[in-house]
Ligand binder design. Sequence first.
Ligand SMILES: Nc1ncnc2c1ncn2[C@@H]1O[C@H](COP(=O)(O)OP(=O)(O)OP(=O)(O)O)[C@@H](O)[C@H]1O
Length: 749
Amino acid sequence: MSKYKHHSRSRIQEDGDGTPQTINTIHNNSDYGEDEDNIGPPKLSNFGSALLARGNDTGQSNFLTGLQMAETLTNPVDPHSISHTIYSQTQDSPQSSLFAMNHNNNVNLTSRPLSMTTVHDGNNNNKEEDISKQTGNFSPSEKLRSMQQHMKDELTSRYTERRINRLLLSSNRMSKLGPAKRTSSLQSVDMNDQFANNTGNNHSNVGNLTTKSLSGTISTSKPVLSPSNTEAVLPSEPLNDYSNINFGDLNPLQYLKKHDLPSSELPHISKIYFEKRKEEIRRTALRKYSSSKDILLNRTRYIEENKNNNSNNDIRSNKTDRRNVAIDKRNSILVDRPEEPVNKIITPREHENVGTELKVPVDTFSIKNKKREALSNISLNKKEPEYKKTKKVEIQEPIKTHTYKRNNIVRVNDIEYERIEMLGRGGSSKVYKVKGPGNKVYALKRVIFDEFDETSVNGFKGEIELLQKLDMKDRVVHLYDYMMNQGLLYLIMECGDFDLSQILNTRINDPFDASFIRYYTKEMIECIKVVHDSGIVHSDLKPANFVVVKGKLKIIDFGIANAVPDHTVNIYRDTQIGTPNYMAPEALITMNYSDIKETSENDPNEKLPKNTWKVGKPSDIWSCGCILYQMVYGKPPYAGFQGQNRLLAIMNPDVKISFNEKTDHGKSIVPKSLLELMKQCLIRDPDKRCTVNEILGCPFLNPVVVTEFFIKDLIKNAVTFGAKQRYVSDDKIEELTNDVLSRLEEFKM
Ligand SMILES: Nc1ncnc2c1ncn2[C@@H]1O[C@H](COP(=O)(O)OP(=O)(O)OP(=O)(O)O)[C@@H](O)[C@H]1O
C-alpha cells in the first residue's frame, strides 16, 4: 500500500437540513476507478482516504483496525458515530487530516440521537442512549426516529459489511492482476489455512471486527492482517454449508450476487467452486485417459502378437522392440500392460509405424462396429419436436454415379475404354478421345452402319484391312483394335492432338508464311508417299484427314481408300465419292469404256457399268495441290463456286485456276517455286501431274540458301567472264548454272 501515495481529504459538511455530508476529495497520482474489474485498488471511499492518509502520516500500518473500519462505515451519514469513533481511536494521531477536519469543523455531533444498533467499543460511552435505556421513557417521535434509525442501520450494516470485505479482498489483490486473474487471486487465498497460520502470529495487529450477519445476529469475527505483505484474511467460518452447492453456469461472484449472500462468504464459496472445478477436470482427464489407454492397450497387444508371428524376421522384430522401449517424453503415454510386470511407456504413434504388416486389431474393429451399430440404431423416423420440424433435412437417394460412369464406358473386345471428349465427327461416325487400360489415351471411332448393306460393310472391312496393312508405317495412324457388331463398328486408334483443318483455321488471318507452308506440305507429302508406296490410293485427302500425333503429321480415314491392283495406276469406282473441294476432275468425270483399256489387267471384253470413274494416285496429288492452294490463298481452288457449280467447274477444262503471284491483298509475294509446285499438282491431265517423289524433290521443298559472300563472288565471276566472252550460248548458261548449283551443294548451306 505504501506505493499508493495519496493525499486525501475528507470534509464533513452540513446540507440544508443540517445533515452532515461526507465529501471525498482524493488527490493521488493515479486515478482509480470504482469498478472492481479495474486493475489496482478501488477508488477510495472516505474510509479508504482516512486509512491511507493515516498510513502515510504515521508511517505505520496502512490499515485501520477492524473496529475503526466498522465504526467508520457503520453509519457514514451519522457524524455522531463517526466523530466518536474517530476521535476515540485517533487520539495519538492528531496529524490525521480526517480527524483534524472533524475537529475543525466543530459540528454539533451530539445534537442527533445515536442508533440503537450502533456498535461501540467498550470505551465509547453514549450517555444519552444509556439514560434512555435506563429510564425507558421514549417520546413517540423518539420511538419513530429510533425505528427509522434501526432500519437505516440495518441497511447500512449490510452495505458496510460488503464494503469492508471488498476492501480487504482488493487489498489482498496484486495491483498488476487484471480482471481475468481475479478469480485465481481469490482462489489462491485459502482462507482457512491463512487464518490458521496468521491468528497466532498477528494478534498484535488484529483488532476486533464486529459485523452484522444477514440473519440479524451480531457476530464477531477476526480478520487477520499481515503487516509484512498486507494480506488480509477473512473469517473462516462460513454462514452456511456450501458443500452441496450447485453453481450451474455461475461463477462464485455471480452466485453470491444471485443469492444475495454477504461478500464474506465469497472465499468459502470460491473454495467450494474451485474444488468442484478441479474434480470435474480430473474426471474428464481420467475419462480421456482411460479411453486412450484402452486403444493403446489393444494396439500394444496386437503389436506383441504381430511381433511373435514375425519372429523369423529378425530385422523387423528388433525394430519393433527398439521402438517399444523408446521413450518420447513429449508424446509418451503410460500404459499398463497386463502381460508385462512393469509399466512401459509407449509413444502414441509407435504402432502406426510398424509398416504394411499392421492389420487393424480385432478390438478396434469391434469398437468401430459398436459405433456403427449405435449410429444405425438411431431412428431417422423418430418423432421430432415441433420446433425442429421446419428444419427437417430430407435424405435423398445419392446420385448414381455408377450409372453415369457406365454411360462413359465403352467395351471393345472386353476391354473398357472411358470416354474423355469428342475429337470430331465425320459423315457417319463420331471419334472420341478415350482412356484405356493403363490410363493410355486412344481415339475411338464409332461408326453406325447398315449391317445389311453389303457395300458399306465391305467398305468398312476395306478400311480396316488397309489400316492393318499400313500398321507399321510411321505416317499412318496406328490401329490397335476394332470390333464390328450389330451395325456398329469400333476402331481403337492412335490419338492425334488436332487435325490439319483445325491448324489452318487457327491461322486463317495470319500473314502468308512460306516456311509454314513448306513444313506442312512436306509432312503431307511424306504421308501420301507412304500410302502410295504401299499401293494404296486414299482418294479422300483433305486437311481434316491429317492429324498431328506427337508433332508428326499422320494420315487417317481410309474409308474410301482402295488398294490399287499391282501394275496399275488407277482404280475404277462405280460411285462418285469424296469431298468436292478436293476431288480431282477425273474422279468426277464419267469414264468411257475405251478409257479403261489402258489397264493391262482389265479384260477388254469386260462389261463395265455405265457410270465409271477413274481414281488413281494422281487424284491424291490433285487433292494435295488443293490443300497447298488453300494454305497459300486461304481456300481451295474452286471454293468460290457453290454446290453443283463447283463440281461443274472442276470438270470443265475451260474453268482455269488462277495462281496469283501476290497474296494477303497484295502484301506478300508467293515464291515462284511454290507457284510452280501448285501448278504441277493441279494439272488437269492426271498423267501429267507430278508424283510424290517429284514433289519431295521440288525447289520449294528444297530451297537453296546462299550467303552474301557467295553472291558477290558470283557477280564478280560473271563480270570477268562477260568481259572475256561477250556472247554466251544457252548451253553455256546451263553449264554455268549447274556449276553454281553443284558448288552450293558443296557449301551445304
Ligand atoms: N486418330 C484420330 N486422332 C485424332 N482425331 C481423329 C482421329 N481420327 C479421327 N479424328 C477426328 O475425327 C474426325 C472425323 O474422323 P474421320 O475422318 O475418320 O471420320 P469419317 O466418318 O471417316 O469422316 P468422313 O467420312 O466424313 O471423312 C477427323 O476429322 C478428326 O478431326
